[in-house]
Design a protein around this ligand. Structure first.
Ligand code: SF4
Length: 365
């Protein structure tokens, strides 16, 4: 039997993991150290701690979300990763804001698969007061009153409290608004609006009482420090759901030739997010199938607690049935039927640190 001492990287990981399990947090230099881990033994160690943090704070429940593209293409913004920007020639579909039927059909399909939430996603800069806001609120009311799924939406930048309040009154529960990347890196992929406008939007949404779904996209050419800063910013703004997208380069976009991130780097990033955001829903969204390949099911060991299912806005995902089978095979429960986020406030007592330490020693012996 081999013995391993609790010193070096292994010991430091155990120290940080135990602190997070006990309800504490890690600071920037500690988070940055996690992102810089390179050796596969250290990354596996990190994943096992992230898995325990997920289990402790989220149990074995996996939250499933899906989206419907409520207005597609011809977007005025120049996000370099996006097929829907009017700045890029991608051949992506274009249509105006949808009628009630496609939304109801998407809600029924989501409900059939046990999906908790359906987000209406619109490819435009943002939403102002006026007839379009009335139409959007109408769709949200129909979705919310249908009672089949939680009504979510991702409708871009908001410039006034009145708009956020209207959305809340219409029955919206959660608003998706990614920070996308770090404040430093943001202008490298978008110059038609600013990181600060995104933060300001989130302020209006929170004041309206909406839950916040905000994360980002990795693989744009950002550094590990940028990913670390993104996760810390998401902690600071109090995101409830944190989607992590992985670039799936689309032909015709400025990032079409970006090299893919190695799967272990992706898993490590998810695990680091779990350390920084222990109680949040960490949701793996676009790009998971193509980038992770055979390692896809390891996202849960890396700390993910939610999954975007169904097809994404402009790229295809594996089938919902296949995702559900993956969860079943892992012994994870997709039946996350709560329509609120109370599990981010109430947490069971952690097991005593000494007991956990013994368990880890047994595992590595
Ligand atoms: S990411 Fe959103 S805002 Fe940016 S181009 Fe695409 S649809 Fe427009």
């Amino acid at each position: 039997m081999c013995e391993r001492s609790f010193d070096g990287n292994h010991g430091r990981l155990a120290q940080l993991g135990n602190r997070v399990l006990a309800g504490g947090s890690i600071d920037r230099s500690e988070a940055s150290w996690l992102f810089e881990l390179e050796a596969s033994a250290d990354i596996f160690d990190l994943l096992s701690w992230a898995n325990r943090i997920r289990e402790h704070f989220k149990g074995n429940k996996i939250h499933l979300c899906s989206i419907v593209n409520a207005k597609a293409g011809a977007c005025s913004e120049n996000c370099s990763f996006c097929a829907q920007s009017s700045f890029h020639q991608t051949g992506s579909p274009r249509y105006g804001f949808v009628d009630p039927e496609p939304v109801q059909e998407a809600a029924e399909e989501a409900n059939r698969h046990g999906v908790t939430a359906l987000g209406l996603v619109a490819a435009w800069k943002g939403l102002k007061e006026g007839p379009m806001l009335d139409e959007v609120c109408q769709r949200i009311e129909e979705l919310s009153q249908g009672g089949k799924v939680r009504a979510d939406a991702s409708l871009g930048i908001i410039k006034s409290q009145a708009v956020a309040d209207r959305l809340k009154q219409a029955g919206l529960e959660c608003y998706g608004h990614n920070l996308e990347s770090s404040k430093r890196f943001f202008p490298s992929h978008c110059t038609t609006h600013t990181y600060e406008e995104r933060i300001e939007t989130i302020g209006y949404l929170k004041k309206a009482g909406l839950k916040i779904c905000s994360g980002g996209i990795i693989g744009l050419g950002e550094t590990r420090e940028d990913r670390c800063d993104l996760a810390l910013a998401l902690r600071e703004i109090g995101a409830n759901v944190v989607p992590i997208n992985i670039l799936n380069p689309v032909k015709g976009t400025p990032f079409e030739n970006n090299p893919p991130l190695p799967p272990m780097e992706i898993l490590k990033t998810i695990a680091c997010f779990r350390f920084i955001l222990p109680r949040q829903e960490i949701m793996i969204a676009g790009g998971r199938t193509i980038n992770l390949r055979d390692l896809q099911s390891m996202i849960f060991m890396a700390g993910a607690s939610a999954l975007m299912v169904g097809n994404y806005l402009t790229t295809l995902n594996q089938s919902v049935e296949k995702d559900l089978q993956m969860l079943k095979d892992l012994g994870l429960d997709p039946d996350w039927d709560k329509h609120d986020f109370e599990d981010q406030d109430t947490v069971t007592e952690p097991e005593p640190i000494e007991f956990r330490k013994r368990r880890v020693e047994t595992v590595v012996a």
